[in-house]
Design a protein around this ligand. Structure first.
Ligand code: ZN
Length: 217
């Protein structure tokens, strides 16, 4: 059954869902601004065209929807079979026709949203495992998606910038990244700048990278 509104009433979770939906709309808008031919151009990610980014963001929604289904059914449903399977899927997706690629993105985003809407309050706490092997409550899928859609909109390289990303998303992203660094005993000095500039640097996406930031994913 498809609910017309979220089954959860948790205000924090509803706020997070809103941020994920805003990010999805943002990514979709940037994608719609690209012509079919534009999709062939490089993205900001080394070795990836815009096609790869769109395919990845589409398949990411499908993978996260599997985690939500896992939480709802109790039947283990991992994001990807293996890192290789994930990579092959993206390579394959990047070869799709422009219309198929756009459909992949749109349908996957809608499907994930339906899974979220139909998740009852208690299932949001059920534990699932991310592609990195972390055990997290299903509610974490909302942040994982939020991170992807906002950041990869920038990677499309057609005008989206870090200063268009909401400050609370940037804050949380920076906390994730510095947490990963600290876990590895790394403590790089961020360059001076605004929050969007520092996050652009930390994610390795600053236009003129003043100091190399360590990888974080
Ligand atoms: Zn990604």
């Amino acid at each position: 059954m498809v609910a017309r509104h979220d089954l959860t009433t948790d205000p924090r979770l509803l706020e997070d869902l809103l941020q994920a939906r805003r990010g999805t709309a943002f990514f979709g808008r940037k994608l719609n601004e690209l012509s079919d031919a534009d999709l062939d151009a490089p993205s900001l990610l080394p070795g990836w065209s815009r096609r790869h980014v769109v395919a990845h963001v589409g398949y990411n929604a499908r993978a996260l929807a599997r985690l939500v289904q896992w939480a709802n059914t109790g039947i283990e449903n991992p994001m990807y079979e293996s890192p290789q399977a994930r990579r092959h899927e993206i390579e394959y997706g990047a070869t799709l026709s422009p219309i198929a690629l756009r459909h992949l993105y749109e349908h996957a985003a809608i499907h994930l949203n339906v899974e979220w809407r139909d998740t009852p309050p208690e299932a949001w706490n059920h534990l699932v495992r991310t592609a990195q092997g972390r055990s997290v409550p299903a509610s974490e899928t909302v942040w994982l998606r939020t991170r992807e859609v906002w950041m990869h909109a920038v990677d499309l390289d057609n005008g989206a910038a870090f200063d268009q990303i909401p400050a609370d998303v940037l804050d949380r992203l920076l906390t994730d990244i510095t947490g990963t660094w600290h876990g590895r005993g790394q403590n790089p000095d961020p360059p001076n700048g605004t929050l969007p500039e520092i996050v652009a640097w930390a994610t390795g996406r600053a236009r003129r990278q003043p100091r190399e930031a360590p990888p974080w994913i």
